[in-house]
Design a protein around this ligand. Structure first.
Ligand SMILES: Nc1nc2c(ncn2[C@@H]2O[C@H](COP(=O)(O)OP(=O)(O)OP(=O)(O)O)[C@@H](O)[C@H]2O)c(=O)[nH]1
Ligand SMILES: [Mg+2]
Length: 299
């Protein structure tokens, strides 16, 4: 680790509506694919921390589940994820998709931030997907959002293609407070191996299944065995709540589950750089209904 006197350390919470590219941005900023990315809504279900250390500065970046009208109003789990991330953070990076008009959900969220009685981190606006918008559109979008909330800075980027990301990284490095690092330099994320494996298979399912993927689907890695040669055996169950979803995931003569298994295995092998034996089964597991909150606000 660097000499403590010179160290800078800070935390950034990435927030925004579903599907705007928050997880793609996290992966770009830490230069590693830890948060799963798909074209489907609600891909990120729990907050994920990435860590980047550069020179004297260490930054923790928190990816969060996407804001939506339902998540803002009804999901206690979601609210606590957002709340925790905001409390921890020195900066809030609000990501928007340049193609999308400002939604009611975003306006409500910005109002809640504006009216918050709790001290909030400085906000930075990140207009993403600039590879899909004209310059004129970007300027209109920037003005529109800057009129409804005070941002310390606005970035226009393409998280997918990496445009504008190095400027953003330089700004982040220059704006972190003087503070000792929390993690060793080599640490890149806070995920356990089990969670990483769960997420890789969940990503494969989201990308493979063309029908609506059951929202309550969970992947559970219940055993990992390291072999003498360093390779691993992994046992996972995909838990679903009704027989129709189970049949959909297994497919005719087990074709779908075989395809999911082989695709997920290849991804895990590539990420871990070792050979993996993956055993998957699909379980019907009824869970107790989660108690939902009514329209209680975040702040
Ligand atoms: N064209 C383009 N697509 C992008 C860009 N950034 C992300 N995407 C795509 O947008 C989709 C959603 O990306 P994610 O990173 O999963 O979005 P998210 O905000 O984390 O989504 P949730 O976790 O569901 O809230 C994926 O298909 C990405 O490849 C970008 O800069 N340009
Ligand atoms: Mg995400």
């Amino acid at each position: 680790m660097r000499k403590k006197d010179n160290q800078k350390f800070g935390t950034i919470a990435i927030l925004g509506e579903i599907n705007v590219g928050k997880s793609t941005l996290l992966n770009q900023l830490i230069n590693k694919d830890i948060s799963i990315v798909t074209h489907k809504a609600n891909t990120t279900r729990e907050k994920i921390k990435g860590i980047t250390s550069d020179g004297d500065t260490q930054i923790v970046i928190i990816d969060t589940p996407g804001l939506s009208s339902t998540s803002l109003r009804t999901s206690r789990g979601f609210l606590s994820q957002v709340w925790d991330a905001l409390i921890e953070a020195n900066y809030l990076f609000l990501v928007v998709d340049c193609r999308k008009p400002i939604s009611r959900t975003l306006t409500q969220f910005l109002d809640q931030l504006n009216n918050s009685i709790v001290g909030l981190p400085d906000a930075v606006l990140v207009i993403n997907k600039i590879d899909r918008c004209t310059k004129e559109r970007l300027l209109v979008k920037s003005k529109e959002i800057n009129d409804s909330f005070t941002f310390r800075k606005t970035f226009m980027i393409s998280a997918l293609r990496g445009y504008g990301v190095s400027d953003m990284r330089s700004w982040m490095l220059a704006n972190m407070p003087q503070k000792s690092w929390t993690y060793p330099k080599s640490k890149r994320h806070d995920m356990t191996m089990q969670k990483f494996l769960n997420e890789k298979t969940r990503e494969t399912i989201l990308l493979r299944i063309h029908q609506e993927v059951p929202y309550n689907l969970e992947v559970d890695t219940y055993e990992i065995e390291t072999l003498r040669d360093g390779n691993i055996k992994v046992w996972q169950s995909i838990n679903v709540q009704n027989a129709r979803h189970r049949a959909m995931l297994i497919g005719k003569s087990g074709h779908t589950i075989k395809a999911i298994s082989s695709s997920s295995r290849l991804k895990i092998e590539k990420a871990l750089n070792k050979k993996v034996h993956l055993f998957l089964d699909v379980k019907l597991k009824k869970r107790k209904p989660v108690r939902m909150q009514s329209s209680e606000g975040l702040f």
